[in-house]
Ligand binder design. Structure first.
Ligand SMILES: C[S@@+](CC[C@H](N)C(=O)[O-])C[C@H]1O[C@@H](n2cnc3c(N)ncnc32)[C@H](O)[C@@H]1O
Length: 346
């Protein structure tokens, strides 16, 4: 049996409890929306080797049981405010044979969290709509290098969502560490900055650090409106290929792209600003790519521009130096109108 099959079969032991949660929610008309990707969660916990786990949002115990099943000694603290859920979850932990390792805390997250002592190796947030204040507190409870698995980010509305994305984009606080549940639940690794703790740099390879530094250099060059400095971040010659958000469809070669940058700088009344969000870097040998969301803003012909784009960059290492050899910048298309979707706000 492959590792993936084993994980799927281990998680499937709790399928009945997951089904029971769905029935419970319909009858109880409550918020016990069960987590959809138990196998993904179990794989994450096993990969981390997490011994001590905190969960927010027990419902009737499905994911608490999954988490506790990661190893025979994994301990879980889980928090739930609905008294009916607490009673059912405690009974379900007995049925699942994990009651000695799972503590169901009754009460609101805000009242229970201050009573808990860290550090936890992994925190799973499955409440309704995380907040920045909550995530900051969870970070305190995590061990350096520990993993926050955050569900229901889409339920955080407006400014709260922006504050959260700002926190997760802060490279002194978190490093993006993938996602489960088809991308609906995202994982972030805690970066420690004080002495003796794991730092972002400790956790990155030299190549990843150089690629992120190249992106920072690109931003500094563009924001200062320096065409030559900007072009020095691109792979010289004919191999460069650009799929920019602006026409034409394709830019072939460094020279063609330089012309584009010249026009781009000329359009702006003042130098544009760029923010990078959720940047992930993948590298093997002398080739790498990064993904992320980029917000760019500024003033064009007296009008404010504020646009979020999706960005995939390709990199090649030449003579020991990483350079951008491809970019693909896009916004989604509304198929009914044929127009680009330009009002995305995470
Ligand atoms: C999405 S469900 C959790 C599902 C569960 N993890 C599972 O997969 O079966 C969210 C649960 O969080 C509880 N909850 C929401 N906000 C809470 C809060 N502020 N304090 C404590 N519990 C809360 C709800 O009562 C609900 O049972």
């Amino acid at each position: 049996m492959s590792d993936a099959d084993r994980i799927r079969s281990d998680a499937a032991r709790f399928d009945d409890l997951q089904a029971e949660t769905r029935v419970h929610r319909r009858n109880h008309r409550c918020d016990a929306y069960t987590f959809e990707d138990g196998a993904g969660l179990l794989a994450l916990v096993r990969r981390e080797g997490a011994a001590r786990i905190l969960e927010l949002g027990t419902a009737i115990g499905y994911t608490a049981a999954v988490l506790a099943s990661a190893t025979p000694t994994t301990r879980v603290d889980t928090i739930e405010r609905d008294p009916d859920h607490v009673a059912l979850a405690r009974a379900n932990m007995v049925d699942a044979g994990v009651a000695d390792r799972v503590t169901v805390h009754a009460g609101d997250f805000a009242t229970v969290l201050p009573q808990l002592d860290g550090p936890f190796d992994l925190v799973f947030f499955d409440g309704l709509g995380p907040t920045r204040t909550m995530i900051d507190r969870l970070r305190e409870l995590l061990a350096p290098g520990g993993l926050l698995v955050c569900g229901n980010l889409s339920l955080a509305a407006g400014d709260e969502r922006r504050h959260l994305e700002d926190a997760f984009a802060d490279r002194d606080l978190w490093q993006a560490a993938g996602s489960i549940e088809n991308g609906a639940t995202r994982a972030f690794r805690k970066i420690g900055t004080t002495q003796g703790q794991t730092t972002m740099e400790d956790m990155m390879t030299d190549d990843e650090q150089q690629i992120r530094a190249l992106k920072d250099e690109w931003r500094a060059a563009v924001q200062s409106g320096d065409l030559d400095r900007t072009m020095a971040t691109y792979f010289p010659g004919s191999e460069y290929l650009g799929f920019d958000v602006m026409p034409p469809f394709i830019f072939e070669g460094w020279d063609a792209f330089r012309d584009n940058w010249e026009k781009f700088f000329a359009m702006f009344d003042e130098n544009p600003r760029f923010e990078f969000h959720d940047v992930r870097v993948h590298q093997a040998g002398d080739v790498a790519f990064s993904t992320g969301l980029t917000r760019f803003s500024g003033k064009v012909a007296g009008k404010d521009v504020d646009l979020w784009t999706r960005e995939t960059l390709g990199y090649r290492k030449q003579d020991g130096r990483w350079l951008i050899i491809h970019d693909h910048v896009s916004v989604p298309i509304d198929l009914e109108t044929g127009q680009g979707v330009r009002d995305y706000k995470p």
